[in-house]
Ligand binder design. Structure first.
Ligand code: ZN
Length: 362
């Protein structure tokens, strides 16, 4: 599913430069990242694969180190492309995956002039079903990354071209309906017992998050450490949305059904859902290595994360993964943190035990 161009081996000196970090930290890095999209045909017949080539190149003067997970370079496992039909955005119907904490080897390095290319079939994940003109571009304009010479991570801006094509007739939407009974039958008795405990822990975490937010007096909200850590600068309407989302997540955990057959996914995938298909969660191998609760990566936080993705619940995205990237997202872009599934998972389990107000004790 993932096709990459042959990448150059980065000279050792450049790699050393990247890890050493020689200059002061900057929030916005001078990037030079450019995404180019191309279609193999200007017009597609119904039932033809809707092939789009996505290429990310480093047009800057410095090597860039980045996590490709939430980008199209990782394939269509999140809503990583922007697809419009006559100007209206088309629904993403593909899976939303949760991955384990990023390790150094999960990052890719793009040397100056280097590019990575993937070939994707839009029909596998987007509601491209009506005839007419479509436009597709790279969705996320900001990527967390590091650049040689800059200390720490920062935000790299991606500029994207768009590709257009015509669909010459209607076609079926990609996903067929899940059979919850058949899916649940794929779990062993032991797995179902663990899931039962995990579901109760997720429900407690989400209800606890909802209560902590709802019970914090308005005057204390802007300085609530737990809130600010995961959702950034206080804003009254955003706070209300987040509070209400946790209530919806807590209610929805009792409706979850499980699929224990996870095929064709990378080793770093913990679990995934289809946002348009509540309330089924597919568990992958890495899920069974997690503790039930009590840490950032636990079955409880995974279930909170996954439940938040359903459009019938909070319709969250995967914009950033892992505690450090999620805290940065909260600082740099609170509106995006409020849409990011991992921020909900981490806030709910509150592994640091931080409080909402000075009087609250954990
Ligand atoms: Zn996710």
């Amino acid at each position: 599913m993932l096709q990459r161009s042959k990448s150059n081996i980065l000279p050792a000196a450049q790699t050393a430069l990247l890890s050493a970090g020689l200059l002061a930290a900057t929030q916005a890095l001078a990037g030079g990242l450019r995404a180019e999209l191309a279609v193999s045909s200007a017009a597609y017949l119904p039932y033809e694969p809707l092939t789009v080539q996505v290429s990310l190149s480093n047009e800057g003067n410095l090597p860039v180190r980045m996590l490709p997970w939430e980008t199209p370079l990782a394939g269509l496992f999140s809503n990583a492309l922007r697809v419009t039909h006559d100007g209206q955005e088309v629904a993403y119907l593909g899976p939303m995956v949760r991955r384990r904490e990023p390790l150094p080897q999960d990052y890719i390095i793009l040397a100056p002039g280097e590019h990575r290319t993937v070939s994707l079939d839009l029909a596998q994940a987007y509601a491209v079903d009506q005839p007419g003109r479509y436009e597709v571009s790279w969705r996320g304009q900001e990527i967390e990354g590091t650049q040689a010479g800059a200390k720490g991570t920062g935000t790299l801006t991606v500029s994207s071209t768009s590709a257009t094509f015509e669909l010459l007739g209607s076609r079926d939407r990609p996903i067929t309906k899940i059979d919850p009974m058949a899916a649940q039958a794929s779990c062993t008795a032991n797995q179902l017992s663990l899931l039962n405990q995990a579901e109760q822990a997720a429900s407690r975490s989400a209800s606890g998050a909802h209560q902590a937010l709802a019970n914090t007096p308005e005057a204390s909200r802007a300085s609530a450490m737990r809130y600010v850590a995961w959702f950034g600068a206080y804003n009254a309407s955003r706070y209300q949305t987040i509070t209400s989302n946790f209530q919806k997540i807590a209610t929805a955990t009792s409706r979850l059904t499980y699929n224990c057959t996870c095929e064709d996914m990378a080793d770093n995938v913990i679990a995934y859902v289809y946002p348009t298909q509540p309330y089924e969660v597919t568990l992958c191998a890495a899920f069974w290595d997690e503790p039930i609760s009590g840490s950032d990566y636990s079955m409880a936080s995974t279930l909170v994360h996954e439940t938040s993705h359903f459009n019938a619940v909070a319709g969250t995205d995967d914009i950033a993964y892992g505690p450090s990237a999620c805290k940065k997202l909260a600082q740099n872009n609170p509106a995006k943190a409020a849409q990011n599934a991992d921020n909900y998972g981490f806030f709910s389990v509150n592994s640091a035990g931080s409080s909402m107000s000075k009087s609250e004790s954990f």
